[in-house]
Design a protein around this ligand. Structure first.
Ligand SMILES: O=c1[nH]c(=O)c2[nH]c(=O)[nH]c2[nH]1
Length: 295
């Protein structure tokens, strides 16, 4: 017996730029939106009957139309708005997942209409909605950080293939990829609800990650990872779970002896690969069930 397993479909990576013009002062939001729907989709897979299908093309059009009609504030609100619309407006759609990446722009030379793409990290969110409950995982990636000291690494296993020297002082650098789950998301319309301040929450999580990275005297990147996750949970009561992926961007001290030079921790080779990849989850022991939040 062969059966249809879990499935979903949608439009991936709709790139939408929303310009808001206040006279000569303009604002932009630059997003990459991926929608994914599931529900009564047995027939489309088994018999080719498309009558339950809201096309991926219409999903893409909805993203653009909603950007026009509702504007784009916090990406989390825009994601929830779309997710609720798809499920609440179509009886055959039972669940929506909306993932958004946001690319930051800054004003160029103080101009009202000229922008420069910021070197800031990419902000992310993934919203799920099933007709009654909503889940939100927020995040960021490419938050590149480096400590020039306060990092040691020693006392590790030494087998016949271990050549890494122990170090009491090294550069510690990584490009933080983090996602964090909100304990509760109101199922009310965000326009009526309006209570959740996604921007404020994002900034406090980002600050907690940076503060912990800078302030932790590190005996391993694993220890730093835990400190970063724990700091987020300590500082941000609305978050119940943090997942981190930290590539260890190795910096090797260059041997300058062949040139008659010493190298007292000044000149490094920044290697791009291979890199250690340290991943982990830090969560509250009473975190509510995650449901589909991480899917
Ligand atoms: O912080 C580190 N953790 C490791 O597990 C590891 N392994 C390695 O080679 N270097 C490092 N650094």
């Amino acid at each position: 017996m062969i059966i249809l397993g879990p499935n979903r479909y949608g439009k991936a990576e709709t790139r939408v730029v929303r310009v808001t013009r206040h006279g000569d002062v303009h604002h932009i939001k630059d997003l990459n939106v991926s929608t994914s729907l599931s529900g009564e989709m047995a027939d489309v897979h088994l018999t080719g009957d498309n009558s339950a299908v809201l096309t991926t093309d219409a999903q893409k059009n909805t993203v653009f139309a909603f950007a026009r009609k509702h504007g784009v504030g916090a990406v989390e609100d825009f994601a929830l708005l779309l997710a609720r619309h798809f499920v609440d407006s179509r009886p055959t759609i039972h669940r929506a997942r909306v993932a958004i990446e946001e690319y930051a722009w800054e004003r160029n030379a103080g101009s009202g209409h000229s922008f420069v793409r910021s070197g800031r990290e990419v902000r992310t969110c993934v919203a799920h909605y099933d007709g009654s409950a909503a889940w939100m995982v927020c995040g960021l990636r490419d938050l590149v950080v480096l400590n020039t000291t306060n990092s040691e690494f020693w006392g590790f296993v030494k087998d016949e293939y271990t050549t890494l020297p122990e170090t009491r002082d090294r550069i510690l650098a990584t490009a933080v990829e983090a996602s964090w789950r909100h304990s509760a998301v109101s199922s009310a319309d965000p326009d009526e609800d309006g209570a959740k301040n996604w921007d404020k929450s994002y900034e406090s999580v980002r600050q907690a990650l940076l503060t912990a990275f800078a302030g932790t005297y590190s005996l391993s990147l694993q220890q730093t990872l835990y400190a970063m996750g724990a700091r987020v949970l300590a500082d941000c009561p609305e978050i119940c779970e943090v997942r981190l992926a930290l590539p260890n961007r190795h910096h090797f001290l260059v041997d300058l002896a062949p040139f008659g030079l010493d190298n007292p921790d000044e000149v490094y080779l920044a290697a791009d690969r291979p890199y250690g990849l340290i991943e982990g989850t830090v969560l509250r022991d009473d975190a509510p069930a995650a449901g589909p939040a991480w899917e």
